[in-house]
Write a protein that binds this ligand. Structure first.
Ligand code: ADP
Ligand code: MG
Length: 395
């Protein structure tokens, strides 16, 4: 376990004029436009995506913004306001998987993926500024990719639909960046909508927007970034995927999505104990996503607390992807008045969410900070997020 070294929280991106002015200073020209794409929080539905199941993320009010200018040659120049890498210069002709380093693999991966799809991507100058914290489980990397693909879709006139951009960013992540990720993060970032969660069927990319507004219910969504990333996260992810594949094979289904809660009793007799618990998490989690969608539509966010809690217990005990920091964040939030809390994201570190009445927000924050200090853990970063708009052109 180690503290994530480059975790940061910025106060928010500069105005678009500042970004355009900085672009002009750095690159000596005026950008063709500015595009933004949000990070995301997964409200519920963890490790269900690669089982062709359901997820319910929402786009958040923290975004990556890119100012982009089209060049007349095949040169690509990239600069982020974060970190001190300076301008990275490369060429379209040298784009190949494994060739890019650091943050530039995200924009370059998108350019590569679009070219794989036969889209004539031009050389560009690009300035990135993001308010999505890095490595906190809010998908700062997909925010970059989605901002970049939105820009290139407009600038090339490719006219890709959101579903196609989702698949292109997945191709970039899987084959260029080398991360075996699904379609949830970019679906939330590209297809999110203010005041809504994105109910996504990972089998067919069907999306419906579910009203999800915390403010009218006098609630806030707290994100508690534990600032830890466990070294076994990659291996843990791979082994959970393998268990799910084994479970589906033994149960004779295409994916665990096809197993219902009522089938679990029979499944228990067919699977080894560990595989059964992995399967039970996925099957019950899919069911919880469906219930959350129903509850939100019928009674609003105040009604989903118990589902968030049950999701956490399932990940902690059946899927075994929590860690002491996440459990402490969840338990302390609940003990101090949050109506529901769970770890969010792939697990083994990252962030927890706590749906919290406004009047106990400070109490929960203070209690979590105190509990972390008492346990000798790194101080967490705690902030609120609201369901916000998906990717768009802003200038
Ligand atoms: P997450 O997507 O959950 O935040 P990842 O490890 O997938 O975590 O992505 C984090 C990476 O994204 C960073 O290591 C960095 O390469 C890149 N990144 C995110 N935001 C920025 C930024 N503002 N400037 C430069 N790179 C960034
Ligand atoms: Mg990421």
């Amino acid at each position: 376990m180690s503290a994530v070294p480059d975790s940061f929280t910025t106060p928010g991106p500069a105005g678009t004029e500042d970004l355009a002015a900085r672009f002009s200073r750095e690159f000596g020209s005026v950008p063709a436009g500015i595009w933004q794409a949000p990070g995301r929080v997964n409200l519920i539905g963890e490790h269900t995506d690669y089982n062709e199941g359901f997820v319910l993320p929402f786009a958040i009010d923290r975004t990556a913004r890119v100012a982009v200018g089209v060049r007349g040659d095949s040169t690509v120049r990239l600069l982020s306001t974060y970190g001190d890498q300076g301008v990275v210069t490369t060429s379209l002709d040298s784009l190949e998987p494994g060739s890019a380093k650091g943050w530039t693999k995200y924009p370059l991966g998108v350019m590569w993926a679009l070219r794989q799809r036969g889209i004539d991507v031009p050389g560009i100058d690009l300035l990135l500024e993001s308010s999505v914290p890095l490595g906190a489980g809010l998908s700062s990397s997909h925010a970059i990719e989605c901002a970049v693909i939105s820009a290139l879709n407009d600038l090339t006139g490719a006219g890709l639909k959101a579903e196609e951009m989702v698949l292109a960013t997945q191709l970039a992540e899987n084959d260029f960046v080398g991360a075996p990720t699904g379609i949830m993060d970019q679906s939330a970032s590209l297809r999110g909508s203010k005041g809504h969660a994105v109910f996504l069927d990972c089998r067919n990319q069907d999306v419906s927007l579910v009203p999800f507004e915390t403010e009218p219910a006098d609630l806030v969504m707290l994100v508690i970034d534990t600032k830890v990333s466990h070294s076994h996260a990659d291996g843990g992810y791979a082994s959970r995927r393998a268990s799910c594949e084994l479970g589906a094979e033994v149960l004779g289904v295409k994916a665990l999505r096809d197993v219902q809660v009522g089938d679990l009793e029979e499944a228990a007799g067919l699977l080894d104990e560990v595989t059964f618990r992995r399967v039970r998490h996925v099957v019950t989690e899919n069911d919880r996503v469906l219930q959350t969608v129903e509850y939100l539509a019928a009674d609003g966010p105040a009604s989903i607390g118990a589902l968030l809690d049950a999701s956490h217990v399932s990940m902690r005990d059946d899927f075994e992807i929590s860690c002491p920091e996440l459990d402490l964040a969840v338990d302390t939030s609940r003990a101090n008045g949050a109506i529901g809390a769970r770890m969010t994201g792939g697990g083994f570190g990252g962030a927890a969410i706590a749906l919290t009445p406004v009047n106990v927000e400070q109490k929960v924050r203070d209690a979590v900070v105190k509990a972390f200090a008492g346990a000798g853990f790194t101080a967490p970063d705690i902030f609120t997020v609201t369901p916000a708009a998906g990717a768009m052109r802003i200038a």
